[in-house]
Design a protein around this ligand. Sequence first.
Ligand SMILES: Cc1ncc(COP(=O)(O)O)c(C=O)c1O
Length: 404
Amino acid sequence: MFQINENYQKLPGSYLFSTIAKKVNAYQQANPDKNIIRLGIGDVTQPLAPAIIDALHKSVDEMGHAETFRGYAPDLGYEFLRKAIVDNDYKQRGCQVEIDEVFISDGAKSDSGNIQEIFAESNRIAVCDPVYPVYVDSNVMAGRTGTYDKGTETWSNVIYMPCTAENNFVPEFPKETPDMIYLCLPNNPTGTTLTKDQLQQWVDYANRVGAVIIYDAAYEAYISEDDVAHSIYECEGARTCAIELRSFSKNAGFTGVRLGFTVVPKDLKCGDVSLNAMWARRHGTKFNGAPYIVQRAGEAVYSDEGKAQLKEQVAYYMRNAKTIKEGLKDAGYTVFGGVNAPYIWLKTPDQMTSWEFFDYLLENANVVGTPGSGFGPSGEGYFRLTAFGNYENTLKALERIKAL
Ligand SMILES: Cc1ncc(COP(=O)(O)O)c(C=O)c1O
């Protein structure tokens, strides 16, 4: 009789977005005349930029001719895209990253879930709290997290690093030494980030204790402040302790197109074993390459037109972020984030729990957001609004919240 991976049974249900959807649907059915504005899920709303559409059309046409048709892509990605990434994302920022250190994938969710596979089951992970849930859940599936305590909503073998207003959303070095440290900067869900100096301290810490940092930079394009690093490789010593994950979803609207990449430096080693070689082996065995047309679309992100158009797209969302942040402040809310990330993290008023505020906002302003407690226990008492809506709806939502 076959046995299942029992670790899956340990996972508490991921009810966050399905509970939100159920509540919103029930409210809409009971109030069909109400116009609900959704500022909950972190999906983009603006269409793909013209430079990307052109690249897609062109490469689709290539696929229709025997001379230019492409079959399987190289497992690790086409050289044209890997080179564009190295030149634009790294060389131009003074970071040393080589082409064979860049692994193209179908997005940062897969990579952030898969990367733990190349590490021992006995490794102890450290995560920020609140956190993007994939980091913890993928380690639960691998049997690395111990037992779940429903009361505290924590795992016995996970080191949690609370990030709240009290520590200015800067995680402190944990008392127990972790082996793998997940950092998402700029952060989802809090919309906050670290300065380059603060990040450098984490790199120094990881090198000192022999930990690896899994650095998720999915929101890098939203950084507006000069003292914030766009890549962890801007920090000295990061090549011996850090893996960086990137996504085309939020900087270029690829949530439905699917493209991302991971950088594993050749200097990152466990004894004599190169993690770069391990990830190449894993990628080559389990992944058959991102589609040619999508990689051409990714290349267009780095063209002059692409860059100009995407700068505008990011600015569009960041205007929403500013509108939400300033509007909420005017209305007396305590707000965080929204300067280097497209998320606004607010303190719920009047001691409401995250879910109480969710209901209050839905029923009284017909606005949907995401309860902070859904991202971890330290998210309780907070609430996330996204800047990924359209501008008109964002303005309308703020008018309604201000009128409460
Ligand atoms: C922190 C973080 N990492 C990764 C992802 C997923 O990125 P992708 O669409 O490339 O899979 C998201 C998406 O919301 C995210 O918030």
